[in-house]
Design a protein around this ligand. Sequence first.
Ligand SMILES: Nc1ncnc2c1ncn2[C@@H]1O[C@H](COP(=O)(O)OP(=O)(O)OP(=O)(O)O)[C@@H](O)[C@H]1O
Length: 256
Amino acid sequence: MTHALELKALRKNFGKTEIIRGVDLAVEAGERVAIIGPNGAGKSTLFNLISGRLEPTSGEVLLHGQRIDGKRPYEINRLGLSRSFQITNIFPKLSVFENLRCGVLWSLGYRYSFLRFLSNLDDANERTEELLHQVHLEKKRDVHAVNLTYAEQRALEIGVTIAGGASVILLDEPTAGMSKTETAHFIALIKQVTVGKTLLTVEHDMGVVFGLADKIAVVVYGEVIAFDKPAAVRANARVQEAYLGSSVADAQAGGH
Ligand SMILES: Nc1ncnc2c1ncn2[C@@H]1O[C@H](COP(=O)(O)OP(=O)(O)OP(=O)(O)O)[C@@H](O)[C@H]1O
């Protein structure tokens, strides 16, 4: 079976320090996976290796069975993997609509010749309207991104991330900095917009992890020590011992 995303014996050294120490992970199409682990465990480095920001020292990254390690981030994006870069990928002085349309046009631009690209502008506008609706920003359509609330900016960022129709989405701490209510709405939004897609998040908030993830990958000291459904990860003695104990128990007790 071909997985949506697969990491094989992945390693990354910075100088003489081994940061990712042989990671194997196979994510099925349509799964939502949260990557958790203590500070400095290597979660961001893994994301950087998957999205092409960093090249692995050894090992493989496969997207729908195709090797992508060593490719440039934009090439990986074109192959169907899109990563949010938090608010930095939003143009502050463009409106919400224009921001979303940029994402759509960019994806059309590479798929079609220039003439075809022009003839597809109507399609792009239609797709942008659809995105506006998906991220619940219709009422903010003409507002400059800089004037949105923080939570709205994060919603816009998700819209831009999914604009190109990528099938694998990487989100880095999508609810960081949000209030509890905003977080709850945002988890619902992420679930809606990623239906049928494969989602990977790096996440610290256990409430978000248990609310969002079908599976959890626990990274400790550059290795995946558990990859399983939330209930199984909660019960995993190695995870409890290595890292999570109290956080998982708290999240469970709190009903998150
Ligand atoms: N470019 C780099 N050069 C050298 N060391 C690095 C580099 N990037 C990350 N590291 C080191 O690799 C280790 C893992 O960092 P990483 O940011 O991947 O961890 P993390 O699990 O995402 O942590 P956090 O939860 O705090 O964001 C850390 O010790 C960090 O200092």
